[in-house]
Design a protein around this ligand. Structure first.
Ligand SMILES: Nc1ncnc2c1ncn2[C@@H]1O[C@H](COP(=O)(O)OP(=O)(O)OP(=O)(O)O)[C@@H](O)[C@H]1O
Ligand SMILES: CC(C)(CO)[C@@H](O)C(=O)NCCC(=O)O
Ligand SMILES: [K+]
Length: 257
């Protein structure tokens, strides 16, 4: 069975794929100090809790945080006796081209999303991923990653206001009743929520204009449905997009080695 690990700057998601479906998905915060042994204690206790007795034979990792990769390699080697495939590293081949400026390091999560999006929806896509940052990945007709946009994440934007301004509290994002806020929290939520609606619409419209072909807009990440509630911004929402991409890349590499 496959253990797929998606490390973001905030959270790390572990999923077990049995060849047909995901048996379980667990989330932990990303911490580069975490050792291989700590990952194992955490994962094995969750598996035991769900009475899951599976043999993990393959591991694939996508990490936007370079420092966690070493310990995840040790974890795969020590506890599952396998060498993980690490997206973006030597030994991992992608089923799509990456056409960007030479010397540019594209975030592996964006490459994985590109592979998943092309596999599920075909070419000419904009993939909007609401994570620590909000990224727009542009997928060409042939499935190639050809660039995109990086904007500050929703929670990061709210947190930045709180951190920088003494009188602004920590608030969670929600869809405000009105645009004109009548208290501090409502004003902050309005700024980020409606500002984000504008950001998404403008960025997608300009990408479509530059690309010159009709594109599908795919969204992923926990906050996508919140924005979709206010306006029909996305053609599809897929919360498992990154995990699906990891499964596709794993299969592609195992068949070739
Ligand atoms: N209504 C909501 N308000 C606040 N946060 C939410 C809401 N719905 C979902 N979330 C959060 O959105 C996040 C979505 O997870 P996702 O994996 O897309 O990004 P992340 O883990 O925050 O970032 P990264 O992948 O960069 O680590 C989760 O942390 C989840 O708790
Ligand atoms: C933009 C993030 C942080 C989004 O997770 C990640 O994809 C990343 O670190 N990217 C590197 C730069 C790039 O993708 O162009
Ligand atoms: K993510």
């Amino acid at each position: 069975m496959l253990l797929a690990i998606d490390c973001g700057n905030t959270n790390t998601v572990f999923s077990i794929w049995d060849g047909t479906r995901f048996l379980a998905t667990w989330r932990t915060s990303t911490e580069h100090q975490r050792t291989a042994d700590q990952y194992y204690v955490w994962l094995s206790s969750l598996m035991k809790f769900q009475k899951m007795e599976v043999e993990i034979t393959e591991v694939i990792v996508s990490s936007t945080v370079p420092r966690v990769v070493f310990n995840l390699r040790v974890f795969a080697d020590r506890y599952f006796n396998t060498r993980p495939i690490v997206v973006g590293k030597e030994g991992c081949i992608l089923p799509v081209d990456v056409r960007v400026d030479t010397g540019t390091q594209v975030g592996p999560d964006r490459l994985v999303n590109t592979v998943a999006g092309f596999d599920l929806y075909g070419g000419d896509l904009i993939i909007v991923d609401f994570g620590t940052a909000t990224t727009f990945d542009v997928v060409d007709t042939d499935g190639a990653y050809i660039g995109g946009v990086i904007a500050p994440g929703v929670n990061l934007s709210l947190e930045a206001l709180h951190q920088a301004a003494a009188a602004l509290p920590h608030v969670d994002i929600t869809k405000p009743q009105a645009v004109i806020g009548t208290n501090t929290v409502a004003c902050m939520q309005s700024g980020v929520f409606w500002g984000y609606i504008g950001l998404i619409k403008e960025v997608c419209a300009r990408i479509q204009g530059e690309h010159g072909r009709p594109m599908k807009v795919i969204s992923t990440g926990g906050l996508a449905p919140l924005f979709q509630q206010a306006e029909a911004l996305f053609d599809e929402f897929n919360d498992d997009l990154t995990m699906h991409g990891l499964v596709v890349i794993n299969k592609y590499n195992r068949e070739r080695n």
